[in-house]
Design a protein around this ligand. Structure first.
Ligand code: NAP
Length: 313
């Protein structure tokens, strides 16, 4: 049952939100963590996580999310279900959250942990093969493709950076791009062009991902209409990410041109008392480990803001 007012509201229950919850509960802040589904965020839909410290054998995304939730519950993190429709930050001292069911609550400090989602191609086989060869994170999954052939979709910074990274493990990386020119920064392009393990398939778009229980083939169509296919063990899709920002006042938070929220090093946004942590932040590295770190940093910033409020009351 939600109260009308809290010292701290944490919006979103992914790694950033759960970590923020843990720190808030241990700091004995009057808090609530609001999550619209099951806690865990994108980790819940990640097949396997091999780069989160403390799990030397790796851990399934589902189990990691479960462990983070259990950890939060051990310290009585107050997790409530609810979906926020809009947030009013016009009054600097009182932040107001409006829920879709008509509920309303206010808080002194707010930590935004609403995350982001990778854009998908929307082609046959993509959803079915997710975690079975279809991946949206090279840094996470590259080591599973040692001595294998993979395809990378996209021509932006992320695609080219991740393609370069993938060549540490894969024997061949084919970058499939829908134009004949990359969007990525020149220096990243130069690295890719100089990399003997990277090949380019220009002017082509994926049409289907096929395989028996795991990825075996990527079907593509060229801009002139010619169909062809690549025999690959993995398809890495990097066609941009979308921030989960529909309930946020983007103008007040001075969102960047892609809709992510800029902060300082302590995760403080342009609005005093409002922090952002995890993938919704404007940043270049989006990993579980830094999302969790930012959750902790945000609570320390929230505490400092609350102390300041009390001193000036
Ligand atoms: P992005 O720059 O938007 O690039 C997306 C790429 O995917 C583009 O090449 C685009 O093709 C392609 N694409 C989009 N929709 C597609 C579709 N349906 N089918 C096939 N291809 C499709 O996204 P991003 O690479 O994730 O980067 C996002 C932002 O983060 C950028 O500003 C980037 O500079 C920044 N970033 C910075 C760094 C860094 O500084 N180290 C690292 C990563 C990202 P077109 O080119 O034809 O549009």
């Amino acid at each position: 049952m939600l109260k009308e007012h809290y010292e701290l509201v944490i919006l979103g229950g992914g790694p950033a939100g759960l970590s923020a919850g843990l720190y808030a509960a241990r700091a004995r802040l009057d808090h609530v963590l609001i999550e619209k589904g099951a806690p865990g965020g994108q980790v819940l839909t990640t097949d396997w996580v091999d780069n989160y410290p403390g799990f030397p054998e790796g851990i399934s995304g589902f189990d990691l999310a479960d462990k983070m939730t259990e950890h939060a519950k051990r310290f009585d993190v107050n997790i409530e279900n609810g979906e926020v429709e809009r947030i009013d930050l016009q009054d600097e001292k009182t932040k107001t959250l409006h829920f879709f069911d008509g509920t309303r609550l206010t808080c002194d400090t707010l930590i935004i942990c609403t995350g982001a989602r990778p854009n998908s191609l929307g082609i046959p086989g993509e959803e079915e093969m997710r975690g079975k060869g279809v991946s949206y994170c090279g840094t996470c999954d590259a080591p599973f493709y040692r001595n294998m052939d993979v395809a990378v979709i996209g021509g932006g910074d992320t695609a080219i950076e991740e393609a370069n990274y993938l060549t540490r493990f894969a024997s061949k990386v084919t970058i499939v791009h829908r134009r004949d020119e990359l969007r990525a920064t020149k220096i990243l392009q130069e690295m890719a062009f100089a990399n003997e393990k990277i090949e380019f398939l220009w002017n082509n778009r994926p049409t289907a991902i096929e395989g028996e229980n795991e990825v075996q083939k990527l079907k593509v169509v060229a801009n002139d209409g010619t169909d062809s296919s690549l025999d690959v063990d993995g398809v890495f899709i990097f066609i941009g990410i979308t921030p989960n920002n529909s309930c946020l006042p983007l103008d007040v938070l001075q969102a960047d041109q892609w809709g992510f929220i800029p902060t300082d090093n302590e995760c403080r946004t342009a609005v005093p008392g409002v922090m952002a942590a995890g993938d919704i932040r404007s940043k270049t590295v989006r990993q579980v480990v830094n999302a969790a770190g930012e959750g902790a940093v945000s609570v320390l910033a929230a505490e400092a803001y609350l102390n300041h409020l009390r001193e000036t009351e």
